[in-house]
Write a protein that binds this ligand. Structure first.
Ligand code: PXG
Length: 439
């Protein structure tokens, strides 16, 4: 085990989405990981209730994934995918496309969820232009949405803090209302009955801007970062029908919901609604290497394949699109998901997990609980005048005093364990939070 980091050694790294000054006083250093656990620099074991950041779906440091990455690093460290290619990228793309519903047959690789949003939106805008509808450049997102921090992501996103610091934003955008209403939905287990009508707002937005101005609607099928908002029953179906009627592309951001979180390869499959473009990242490599991508419907892809032979069809891409280490990690991860039946496992555990989450109803400070698949969120009553403080304090208490890592967003705690989670871990996670709240 390496020596402890000293305060000076912490100074240079500006941590993302973190209060850095406080962190450097009370560092939460993760030195090692295995299966369901992190270990700090003293070897203290911490249960991972968050799959890292919603990504380590196969659990941590799985040997087949580590071996595949090591082998790739020793065999083909880097190969360009501009004008060249390498086997693992083609294999990964084919296998991801095989998991996707409908005609989502093509994969454009990126390195993150944020790049995937930018890529999907750019493909949508370029597709309309290629068909002679160059006026379709707006994107419609939704309040409380998180689509990453690229220019398209913050334009379409609906989290105020992620937008307000950055001046005029990249893409012109408008927003649907969030699907959450506590009075109508509090303590719903699974998809709420109330809220499908909120999709009808899209008709009003279209009437305001005109369909000829709008390229795409982007939504998370289940909003994750903002605190697990499962879609109201019938909501996604309505968005699908309205976008199709107006020639607008529908993008599902499945960066969190992809690769088993909701008990299926993709939320599109679970909800029976197929978008035109689907973004993914995180779970594609179980977090073991940076990779993201966009699944693209066949008719969209084919629109760009018009030649002539020497002409590039899409002026977009990243040096590391389909990177050999990431592609190898993805193939090994998909093997594990298949061989261990992890998506089915998530489906089987959903009821147990949901009941465990809802067992916290009535504990001090619990304002709402929501869940679907292996994702759950608990809203805590905020401390008057200090929104986010209670969530932050509970997160730190759980980590330092109760050996449990959870994600916090404001006063909402989110659970999204690796899909290898056992019932005993589920009892432990919710039990520890319950004890912490009671204390
Ligand atoms: N879309 C969605 C739906 C996401 O959840 C991104 C895009 C961006 O991905 P990258 O790889 O660029 O970070 C995300 C990322 C949290 C949390 O605690 C969630 C994310 C990232 C960090 C923290 O909820 N999601």
């Amino acid at each position: 085990m390496s020596a402890h980091l000293t305060t000076n050694q912490l100074e240079a790294f500006w941590l993302p989405f973190t209060p850095n000054t406080e962190f450097k006083r009370n560092p939460r250093i993760l030195a090692r990981a295995e299966g369901m656990y992190y270990f700090d620099q003293d070897g203290r074991r911490v249960l991972d209730g968050a799959a890292g950041l919603w990504c380590a779906n196969a659990g941590h440091c799985r040997k087949p994934i580590a071996d595949a990455i090591a082998k790739a690093a020793a065999t083909l460290d880097f190969a360009p995918t501009f004008q060249f290619g390498h086997p693992a990228a083609f294999e990964a793309a084919a296998r991801i496309a095989a998991l996707a519903p409908g005609d989502l047959n093509h994969v454009f690789f990126t390195n993150s969820g944020s790049e995937s949003t930018d890529t999907a939106v750019k493909i949508a805008v370029a597709w309309h232009r290629a068909r002679g509808e160059a006026t379709r450049t707006m994107i419609i997102g939704r309040e409380r949405a998180y689509h990453g921090v690229g220019m398209a992501g913050i334009s379409a996103g609906g989290i105020g803090n992620n937008r307000k610091w950055f001046g005029s934003l990249g893409f012109r955008a408008d927003h649907l209302s969030a699907t959450y209403n506590r009075a109508e939905q509090a303590f719903t287990n699974g998809q709420p009955e109330w809220g499908a009508h909120l999709a009808d707002e899209l008709e009003k937005i279209i009437a305001l801007h005109d369909a000829s101005a709008i390229a795409a609607v982007i939504v998370e099928p289940m909003a994750g970062s903002t605190g697990v908002l499962p879609p109201p029953k019938g909501y996604l179906e309505k968005l699908r029908a309205i976008t199709a009627k107006h020639g607008i592309l529908l993008i599902f951001d499945e960066v969190i919901t992809g690769f088993g979180r909701l008990g299926a390869a993709f939320a599109a499959e679970r909800f029976g609604v197929t978008p035109d473009l689907l973004t993914f990242a995180k779970g594609v490599t179980s977090g073991a290497a940076p990779m993201g991508g966009v699944l693209v419907d066949k008719r969209i892809y084919e629109q760009f394949m018009t030649g002539p032979d020497h002409a590039i069809d899409m002026f977009h891409g990243y040096t590391y699109s389909g990177h050999p280490l990431a592609a190898a990690a993805a193939c090994a991860t998909l093997d594990l998901y298949r061989d261990e039946g992890l998506f089915e496992r998530a489906k089987e555990l959903e009821v147990y997990f949901g009941e465990a989450a809802h067992s916290l109803k009535g504990k001090p400070g619990v304002a709402d609980i929501r869940n679907i698949g292996l994702a759950a969120a608990i809203d805590l009553d905020p401390i008057a005048g200090a929104p986010g403080k209670r969530g932050f304090e509970v997160m730190k208490h759980l980590f330092f005093e109760r050996d449990l890592m959870l994600r916090v967003a404001g006063d909402t705690l989110a659970f999204s364990p690796p899909l290898i989670v056992e019932k005993a871990h589920i009892d432990e996670m919710f039990g520890k939070l319950g004890e912490a709240l009671a204390a």
